[in-house]
Design a protein around this ligand. Structure first.
Ligand code: MSK
Length: 660
């Protein structure tokens, strides 16, 4: 797909155009000006020591060029890739560590601002960890759960706890190739050690440890974060919300939460509806307070409270350019430092809140879990005080789109039979019958190097037309949400006949918003449940399922792609390959990983080829499973999916519904 517009989001594109007339620079301009280094970009630059940086380039570089120390191109490319995995794993897992410490603080009565919202989920997690919960005080169970999960970060030997949640055959593969993570921090630390100058030089060996590190993210840090966040703030269920840069209000104080961590933003959600805060806003001339989100902090509060989202990564500067944001509060990850410089042209105050992350030019109001609400109120008051400073200029946009988010794996199970009969059977049956051709996890960032959000949208539209059910996360969800595609109507109008029928029967969109990028762990849980249900593959590998990150930019995306590949999911990334320079490393990521784990990692910049590769993987998996050949509109026999009325009848006949 040739780059025609800067953003695939028409609303975003209008603001970009307005910014150009106002001479406001954004990531789109910088991406055009900054030419990527072809040597570093393809994995051929080694900067691990100060004898270089060595550039392993030239004719037959793979065979004939080595660094000063003698490191080959494959060694260098593998080391660079493993370090990206380590960076991504560290990011998700450090976020996760803070979530578990919050749970521990709650259990120990050290904070009154947080509580356990989903006791059922706490018990479910306690069950995974073999922690007794019957007849015990909730806080005692929570303390044991938190302490056990904390041990996963620093464990030196053995296996992380949630590895046991993987299908048996998947776990056996990991054990065979010695990639079961021991402790999260250990794997990250060892990845950095192995890839420093003069240690591990075997590309395959380096990349196997890369997979162990990535698995420590997927089945460790990320999965722990998802579960603990659900315990603290509630397991998501579908909620209606809105998406677009048009969510801001002219006459209200607009506050945006941006980044990834949901703790402070949850408290901001709480306090913005307090009468004193609303009165305070009115005292500054506003009619009220309007809270919105950006990136994955947005996804967290969207999934649980229906807080509207202004979109994904590349929308952050555009949000400031609306001239309507009074405070943009940020925590960690995916925050462009450019926002502080840009905000000087407007009245927007940028507030950093994490002790780990400061930006020159921002106001710092540090989050402290022991006085979280107090900090949240201070931020809200700062926004109200800034409201009268709003200038008239700005690209005011009013378009916004309805969306439904909140498809946790627990809800997906529930929607296929209700609380008492929830299972993945109907989904497996629909796949077996060819009604659903396969499942794609559409995830990852949006990226100004391409028509931002455009490739997500192209693939989403084509996949559902081909009867592929999409589960989306992170900025992939935002890309679809800001297009207005996260609604059941999308299925009626655009999905293939089989997928449309399934979506109509259950009343769901054909693109299910699973959460933030850390919630890609929900995909692992769903795939494991599908394997356990039977009828498809008995491990994650071999399912008619593919992961796609068409516009990735973050190291976190590389960690996610790698843990999906190690778990058995073929993954396709867009853009240029970060290991392009090495045929050997490319072969390991694709052929060798597929042979060992039934997952692989491809880099393919052409969206049409990405689509075709995804469908080929799905169809080959169907063929290997001896499922009915996919033919649009022609289905085999399957059990009838229960509609909402049938589900309610079953529940009435059982016990009253009290949640998931
Ligand atoms: S925010 S990691 S740009 S998905 Fe999770 Fe979006 Fe990618 Fe950041």
């Amino acid at each position: 797909m040739a780059k025609q517009r800067r953003s695939g989001d028409e609303v975003a594109d209008r603001i970009i155009e307005w910014g150009i007339t106002e001479k406001l620079e954004t990531c789109f301009d910088r991406a055009e000006k900054m030419k990527p280094c072809p040597i570093g970009g393809s994995g051929a630059c080694c900067s691990m020591c100060h004898m270089g940086p060595c550039r392993l380039v030239g004719k037959n570089a793979e065979e004939s060029v080595v660094g000063v120390c003698g490191a080959s191109l494959a060694t260098v490319a593998a080391r660079n890739f493993a370090r990206m995995i380590a960076g991504g794993t560290a990011a998700h897992s450090d976020h996760s560590r803070d979530m578990v410490f919050t749970l521990l603080a709650v259990a120990n009565g050290e904070t009154r601002d947080f509580q356990i919202t989903d006791v059922r989920k706490l018990y479910r997690v306690a069950g995974y960890l073999d922690i007794e919960f019957e007849g015990r005080q909730v806080n005692d169970v929570a303390r044991d759960v938190a302490s056990t999960l904390i041990s996963d970060f620093g464990r030196q030997k053995g296996e992380i706890n949630f590895a046991r949640r993987a299908p048996k055959k998947t776990l056996e593969r990991w054990r065979k190739w010695n990639v079961v993570p021991r402790g999260i921090d250990r794997e990250v630390s060892e990845a950095m050690h192995r890839t420093t100058m003069g240690v591990d030089h075997d590309p395959d060996h380096i990349l196997l440890h890369g997979l162990r590190t990535a698995l420590a993210d997927g089945w460790g840090g990320s999965m722990i974060s998802t579960d603990v966040t659900d315990i603290l703030f509630g397991t998501p269920m579908p909620v209606k919300a809105e998406a677009s840069l048009g969510i801001f209000k002219d006459d209200e104080v607009n506050i945006v939460v941006h980044g990834h961590e949901p703790t402070l933003s949850e408290k901001i959600v709480d306090v913005v509806s307090e009468p004193e805060m609303i009165e305070y806003a009115k005292s500054r001339g506003a009619r009220g307070i309007n809270l919105g989100g950006m990136c994955c902090t947005a996804n967290e509060v969207l999934m649980r409270h229906g807080i509207p989202t202004a979109g994904g990564f590349t929308n952050q500067e555009l949000g400031v350019m609306t001239g309507l944001i009074d405070v943009l509060t940020v925590d960690v990850q995916c925050i462009m430092p450019a926002i502080t410089e840009l905000s000087k042209k407007f009245h927007t105050k940028i507030i950093t809140t994490s002790e780990k992350a400061k930006i020159p030019g921002a106001v710092h109001i540090e989050y402290d879990e022991h006085r979280a609400k107090e900090v949240a109120r201070e931020i809200v008051r700062t926004a109200c005080d800034n409201f009268p400073n709003r200038k008239a200029k700005g690209s005011h946009i009013t378009d916004k789109f309805p969306m439904i988010a909140g498809f946790s794996h627990e809800y997906i199970e529930y929607m296929q039979g209700g609380r008492w009969r929830g299972s993945f059977r109907p989904l497996n049956d629909a796949i077996m019958a060819g009604r659903i051709r396969g499942v794609v996890g559409l995830a990852g960032c949006d990226n100004p190097r391409v028509t931002s959000t455009g490739i997500h949208r192209y693939l989403a539209a084509e996949l559902i037309k081909n009867d592929v059910l999409i589960v989306s996360t992170g900025c992939g969800s935002a890309a679809c949400g800001t297009a207005g595609w996260l609604t059941p109507e999308m299925a009626l109008e655009n999905a293939g006949p089989g997928l449309r029928e399934v979506c109509e029967a259950i009343g769901i969109p054909p693109i299910l918003h699973l959460g933030a990028c850390v919630d890609n762990s929900r995909i692992l849980t769903i795939a494991s449940a599908m394997a356990a249900e039977g009828g498809l593959s008995d491990e994650i590998g071999g399912m008619p399922a593919v992961g796609i990150a068409p516009e990735w930019m973050s190291e976190k995306a590389i960690a996610i792609g790698s843990y999906l590949a190690a778990s058995g999911v073929p993954v396709i990334f867009g853009g240029e390959s970060p290991v392009e320079a090495s045929r050997e490393v490319t072969r390991i990521l694709t052929e060798v990983w597929f042979e060992r784990f039934r997952g692989a990692m491809h880099f393919e910049p052409d969206p049409e080829k990405m689509l075709s590769l995804a469908l080929t993987y799905i169809d080959k998996a169907r063929e290997a499973l001896k499922l009915k050949k996919y033919e649009p509109g022609k289905f085999g026999t399957e059990k009838v999916l229960m509609d909402m009325a049938a589900r309610r009848d079953i529940e009435r006949a059982a016990k009253p519904h009290v949640g998931l």
